[in-house]
Unconditional design. Structure first.
Length: 200
């Protein structure tokens, strides 16, 4: 099948960048950021995670304290479904940059995929402490507790989510339904009003 001109141009631009980066690291082999950028081109533009890992490893070898190289290795392994290696690389990244919320979130996702749910829950809770206005970890915790049949904790995290995101309809709708069934008319009315505001 013939590729359209837009894709051909895009691929040509990607290759130009790769060629330039390759020339750069040949001249400056200790240029850890260039090695990392090469890996990102193969990971994000070509989806060649095996090739990208070669470059991320060279970046980390050139500067072992460069957190993005370890993060990117974690991402590449995660995309390959190799959660054991992804977890170890994300943990190495976080040992350098302890407050990288994206690394924490990805690590939690890997723990979930690897069946280490309790570890994932602790990390989602940590994200709500570091970045309380990000909704995704609340939703992950809510889903976890509902799946475990722990309605009280699910509702607890729903209410926390509603505090930071009062116009999030998915949250206020669940709370409205829950408190209506429970017969708590005051709370049901409160969350129904929030839901109406979210829908307007």
């Amino acid at each position: 099948m013939q590729k359209d001109g837009g894709n051909e141009n895009s691929e040509a631009e990607v290759q130009k960048i790769i060629d330039l980066l390759n020339k750069t690291v040949q001249i400056y082999p200790g240029y850890f950021e260039a090695w990392n950028s090469l890996g990102e081109m193969y990971s994000m533009a070509k989806y060649d995670y095996d090739k990208s890992l070669e470059y991320f490893e060279k970046s980390a070898k050139a500067k072992p304290t460069y957190a993005p190289a370890w993060f990117n290795m974690g991402y590449a392994y995660q995309q390959k479904g190799d959660f054991k290696n992804a977890i170890s690389r994300y943990k190495r990244s976080l040992s350098i940059d302890t407050s990288d919320v994206k690394a924490i979130s990805n690590l939690a996702s890997c723990y979930n995929s690897a069946g280490k749910v309790d570890s994932a829950v602790l990390l989602y809770q940590e994200i709500t402490r570091l970045r309380p206005r990000i909704l995704r970890p609340y939703l992950s915790l809510i889903k976890h507790y509902y799946k475990q049949g722990d309605t009280l904790n699910a509702v607890l995290w729903l209410e926390k989510a509603a505090t930071v995101k009062p116009k999030e309809g998915r949250v206020t709708r669940l709370l409205t339904n829950y408190f209506t069934v429970k017969g708590d008319s005051a709370k049901a009315k409160y969350y129904r009003n929030l839901l109406m505001q979210a829908e307007n």
